[in-house]
Design a protein. Structure first.
Ligand SMILES: Nc1ncnc2c1ncn2[C@@H]1O[C@H](COP(=O)(O)OP(=O)(O)OP(=O)(O)O)[C@@H](O)[C@H]1O
Length: 437
């Protein structure tokens, strides 16, 4: 039998569902037992309070660790879309999940390696660590070495996960409903659809490898950005073999000097503009864990191209106009550019246009000053609050163009990182090369 932290990842739909049934039962047993205790003591906690006790959150985290990819992605999108509405227990649960991947037992891992790279897969490496050093959302990452000494990171997908994404996402939603962690006001349906769509794309490691290679080539001229090299011969639909990068995590960069922190954010924002206006391809998941930093060489290392999106020319041009108009504080031109991007397609009252435009103006504040101090500003949370307020008002956005939502999320994510690193950066100067007349 596998040890506690290497349980076989259940591959069948039924096995996954049975897990959930068990959890609902456990939670309810805890709730009923505590209810009886409360009654005997004369206390009366609400059903919600009983469900949200730490032991139930732990039981939930234990179950979700098998459905980690679906749970984490749903958590990520939910916290972007409905941030402040979510109970703190949900962030606690997601935090637990992030740190709590259940690695595949060796036998299962070897099975995947054999079916992807052949019976003699191990001959490709001079060393392969069977224990993963990091968890991916739907897989795990191993260190390995080539015969010539080059260090590798090998990302291996959990077997069968690609076929169970849709049911996993539904199961996680059921679990969250059982645990009452999602408030009634939050409409989960569109988020669930988006989570399924994104995870299905991310399950295609060959596509991710293609995006890695696109960015590797596109960023050859940038000495301050590194993208891991992909090893095609050892990359398949379910395995990506790439160069191992040794940078420190961005979370630990809060300890570095101001100059390093400012360099990180200036580089990431310059890259954002380059992706939007030049590559017209964007890595759309600005998660802290997707960047590493090497302070010895002052290079940012980019990981995780699973969520890369192409940006249509018209959208890219529209944002160039929009950001130029916002830099010049020209609201009418902001409205025109937003229309060109695809906002305000329906007949919308003047007042609503005004509100949406003030959101754009707020988000582009850093473009209207020489240096913007993210450390001292509440901008990231103000944007989130305002976006939330608008999305709660029925029909306010009239379904904004989907590309736009990703671009906004990416920018908001970068602002959050900038706020966390407490930096002051010249955003206007970084955008200047793209400013239209
Ligand atoms: N080339 C690499 N060099 C060093 N570490 C790596 C490399 N690739 C991945 N990792 C480690 O593995 C972790 C997960 O990888 P990655 O982000 O690609 O997976 P993912 O499935 O996209 O996960 P998520 O969606 O949770 O970000 C990274 O956060 C990093 O710690």
């Amino acid at each position: 039998m596998a040890s506690d932290n290497t349980r076989k990842v259940p591959t069948g739909r039924l096995a996954r569902l049975v897990n959930i049934g068990g959890l609902a039962g456990n939670v309810m047993t805890n709730v009923i037992a505590d209810r009886v205790k409360d009654l005997s003591r004369g206390d009366k906690r609400s059903y919600g309070a009983l469900v949200l006790q730490p032991k139930n959150i732990k039981a939930l985290a234990d179950k979700l660790s098998h459905l980690r990819g679906a749970a984490m992605k749903l958590g990520q999108l939910l916290s972007m879309d409905a941030g402040e509405l979510l109970p703190p227990e949900l962030s606690g649960l997601l935090e637990q999940l992030r740190n709590k991947a259940t690695p595949m037992p060796h036998k299962q891992l070897i099975g995947v390696m054999e079916s992807e790279l052949g019976k003699n897969w191990i001959d490709n490496f001079s060393y392969f660590d069977l224990r993963p050093f990091a968890a991916a959302s739907i897989g795990q990452v191993h260190k390995a070495t080539l015969a010539d000494g080059r260090q590798l990171a090998v990302k291996v997908q959990y077997p069968g996960i690609a076929n169970s994404i849709n049911s996993d996402v539904d199961n996680v939603a059921t679990l969250l409903a059982v645990s009452r962690l999602i408030p009634k006001e939050v409409d989960l349906v569109p988020t669930l659809e988006e989570v399924k769509r994104q995870l299905n794309v991310e399950a295609d490691y060959k596509l991710e490898a293609k995006h890695l290679k696109d960015f590797y080539s596109a960023l050859q001229h940038r000495k301050d950005i590194t993208v891991p090299k992909v090893y095609d011969a050892l990359t398949t639909q379910h395995i990506i073999t790439m160069e191992y990068l040794e940078g420190m995590s961005l979370a630990s960069c809060t300890e570095l000097d101001q100059s390093h922190r400012e360099h990180i954010i200036s580089t990431l924002l310059a890259l954002f503009f380059e992706e939007l206006f030049e590559f017209r391809q964007m890595q759309s998941d600005p998660n802290f864990a997707n960047y590493l930093y090497d302070p010895r060489t002052s290079t940012i290392q980019l990981l995780d191209f699973g969520a890369t999106r192409d940006i249509p020319l018209a959208v890219s041009e529209g944002y160039r106009q929009l950001l130029s108009a916002a830099t010049n504080n020209n609201k009418q031109q902001v409205i025109d550019a937003a229309k060109a991007i695809g906002f305000f397609q329906n007949d919308i009252p003047e007042q609503q246009i005004e509100t949406v435009v003030s959101m754009f103006m707020l988000a582009t504040t850093p473009l209207r000053c020489d240096y913007f101090d993210f450390g001292k500003s509440e901008l990231a949370s103000q944007i989130k609050d305002m976006g939330l307020e608008l999305s709660m008002k029925q029909g306010y956005w009239h379904t904004p163009p989907v590309d736009a939502m990703f671009i906004h999320r990416k920018l908001a994510g970068l602002y959050l990182i900038a706020a966390r690193l407490e930096v002051k950066v010249p955003v206007q100067q970084l955008f200047a090369p793209y400013l239209t007349d």
